[in-house]
Design a protein around this ligand. Structure first.
Ligand code: HXC
Length: 263
């Protein structure tokens, strides 16, 4: 069942069962990311994160563009004081970091600059064969400033990240798959279905376990190995306080499907 819950100019949201879907919607600008869109995206992410009936969030764009980057037409006139005092990026782009449920990006066409960085801030990227990933800010004498210089090397290693950031190299979906930037590549016609099926599968699992896994995997990037292992161990121990974990194990032993309460 599809329920339309919110529509405005720059994003569209729907729920499909336990999946909250957010579609970036500035087709005439290839979904260039302006403040209005990023404010709406942040609000929609937080609304789904706080909705007990949603277990996973899917972010997608159009057939032609996931997003072609920050809105250059808007940025062109900004001064240092505008962006510094206005908290550009920090103020609304980083809302996605507060989201504790799994966020999947379904990417077709251009994921350039801030669009690529937005995809990188998601937990899983499913790419259509048409997907094109680049951080071309250097062409504008700019910098990938929404986490790109940090998340890209963690995703693909220094060599590929330097190449992409310094030369504006565009990766095809197949290259992005080979280098570890995306987790799956599918034909364009199957993107929405595959991503929704994946999100539905994930949303069917126990939500607190999903949240613990997301937090633990993120520790791999944000702490030392020994701290990360300790964090993971505590999260594992905490599973034994979860009724869903007992239900999951009992269901396995009873050769039946588990019924999770997300507790
Ligand atoms: C504003 C954009 C835009 C952008 C495209 N458009 N990208 N507007 N900001 N980032 C607009 C175009 O101006 C054009 O408007 C319309 O969308 C269609 O784009 P075309 O260029 O005509 O399409 P096409 O020839 O198919 O080329 C697609 C493209 C190209 C290769 C993606 O649009 C492009 O190079 N875009 C810029 C990519 C980029 O540099 N991204 C990084 C931005 S900087 P009109 O009105 O002419 O129809 C960035 C900084 C991040 O993201 C730092 C912190 C986040």
């Amino acid at each position: 069942m599809v329920t339309h819950t919110m529509t405005n100019r720059t994003i569209l949201t729907e729920t499909h069962g336990r999946v909250g879907l957010i579609r970036l919607n500035r087709p005439a600008q290839l979904n260039a990311l302006n403040d209005e869109l990023m404010d709406a995206l942040g609000a929609a992410l937080l609304a789904f994160d706080g909705n007990a009936d949603v277990g996973a969030i899917l972010v997608t764009g159009s057939d032609k563009a996931f997003a072609a980057g920050a809105d250059i037409a808007v940025m062109a006139d900004w001064t240092y004081m505008d962006v510094y005092q206005g908290g550009f990026i920090t103020r609304n782009w980083e809302t996605i970091r507060q989201v504790r449920k799994p966020v999947i990006a379904a990417v077709a066409g251009y994921a350039m600059g801030g669009g690529c960085e937005l995809a990188l801030a998601c937990d899983i990227i499913v790419a259509a064969e048409s997907a094109k990933f680049a951080l071309p800010e250097i062409k504008l004498a700019m910098l990938p400033g929404a986490g790109g210089t940090q998340r890209l090397p963690r995703a693909v290693g220094k060599a590929k990240a330097m190449d992409m950031c310094l030369s504006a190299r565009v990766l095809s979906a197949q290259e992005a798959d080979r280098y570890g930037l995306v987790s799956r590549v599918v034909p364009d016609a199957e993107l929405q279905n595959t991503a929704l099926k994946l999100a539905t599968q994930i949303a069917g699992y126990s939500l607190p376990a999903l949240m613990a896994i997301k937090e633990s995997v993120n520790r791999a990037h944000e702490s030392s190995l020994s701290e990360g292992i300790l964090f993971e161990r505590r999260e594992l121990h905490a599973r034994f306080a979860s009724s869903d974990a007992h239900e999951g194990m009992q269901a396995f032993l009873g050769k039946r499907q588990p019924v999770f309460q997300h507790r």
